[in-house]
Design a binder for this molecule. Structure first.
Ligand code: CP
Ligand code: NVA
Length: 306
């Protein structure tokens, strides 16, 4: 059966670990694996802007011996003119996988249900699972292990990043905490799914409104923009509501003494994080950005072999 990667818990804990092991191997030998030799093509579709995801998939598919087809919705028949399932049925006749950055998770689900090739979520309103594979790889490199580590996400708890942190870290056996204003709590369904995973892996899940309670003793502190793509109309209100959730030196002082800071980027310095923190010695954001490449190459290779 075709495997898809639409959310972080679409892989089991063992499968997630296998993908990360493959990413480590691919990082060590960047041009050694050519599972897309042929060359096979992969469609990478964008309904929203991107720098990292666009470049890392383009370069990664090329590294794997394949051809990336980078498609903007604005120049395609998607986006109201053709359904995701009809699009998928056409693409599957020509490409080996479909990668899609979009708004609703339902579109991705429709795409996946209608096709025989793997579909990968390159960011939706609800999840950013490719970013989390990169983030887990980065945490593993800097902390030596994932299971047992404590991660605190501070900011928009309903965002794709917060919700992916919950699912991916629980899958990895980590202790994941989210600090968000009550009106921006993660979806209860996602929290339940993360709790179920944590029960399997020995991890834990905590959602609070107090950023200090989330960050206390944490090994990794994470934030993301307060205004995700598609939420621009709410910008002024969000800047007001999220003001107490800025990651600054004072908040970082509550974390473990050797804690690291992460951000998927792009960042708004002075809003969700101060320049002192994101550009300071604890920040590992550039390794995190590079690891998009290695993690996604491993994901594609794994999905094509599954
Ligand atoms: N982190 C991330 O997905 O960045 P882009 O929006 O630039 O792809
Ligand atoms: N939460 C952000 C992530 C950007 C990579 C957004 O959706 O805009």
């Amino acid at each position: 059966m075709t495997r898809h990667f639409l959310r972080d818990d679409d892989v089991t804990p063992a499968e997630q670990a296998a993908i990360l092991d493959l990413a480590v191997a691919m990082k060590q030998d960047r041009w050694g694996a050519k599972p897309l030799a042929g060359p096979q093509s992969v469609a990478v579709i964008f309904d929203k802007s991107s720098t990292r995801t666009r470049v890392s998939f383009h370069v990664g598919i090329s590294d794997l011996g394949g051809i990336p087809l980078i498609i903007s919705t604005a120049n395609s028949q998607l986006g109201g003119k053709e359904t995701p399932s009809d699009t998928a049925r056409v693409l599957e006749r020509m490409v080996s996988a479909i990668v899609w950055r979009t708004y609703g998770q339902d579109g991705l689900e429709e795409m996946a249900a209608g096709t025989t090739v793997p579909v990968v979520n390159a960011l939706s309103d609800d999840f950013h699972p490719c970013q989390l594979l990169a983030d887990l790889l980065t945490i593993r490199e800097h902390r030596g292990a994932l299971a047992g580590q404590t991660v605190a996400f501070v900011g928009d708890g309903r965002s794709n990043m917060a919700q992916s942190y919950l699912l991916a870290c629980a899958t990895a056996g980590m202790h994941v905490r989210v600090a968000a204003p009550d009106t921006f709590d993660p979806s209860p369904d996602v929290v339940t799914a993360a709790e179920n995973r944590a029960a399997e892996t020995g991890g834990s899940v905590l959602v609070v409104s107090d950023p200090v309670a989330a960050v206390a003793g944490a090994d990794v502190v994470v934030t993301d923009t307060w205004v995700s793509m598609g939420k621009e109309d709410e910008k002024l209100e969000r800047l007001r509501i999220f003001e107490p959730y800025r990651v600054d030196d004072r908040l970082m002082s509550h974390a473990a003494p050797d804690a690291v800071f992460m951000h998927c980027l792009p960042a708004d310095r002075g809003y969700e994080v101060t320049a002192d923190v994101i550009d300071g010695p604890r920040s590992i954001i550039w390794d995190e950005a590079e690891n998009r490449l290695h993690a996604q190459k491993a994901l594609l290779a794994w999905l094509l072999a599954a």
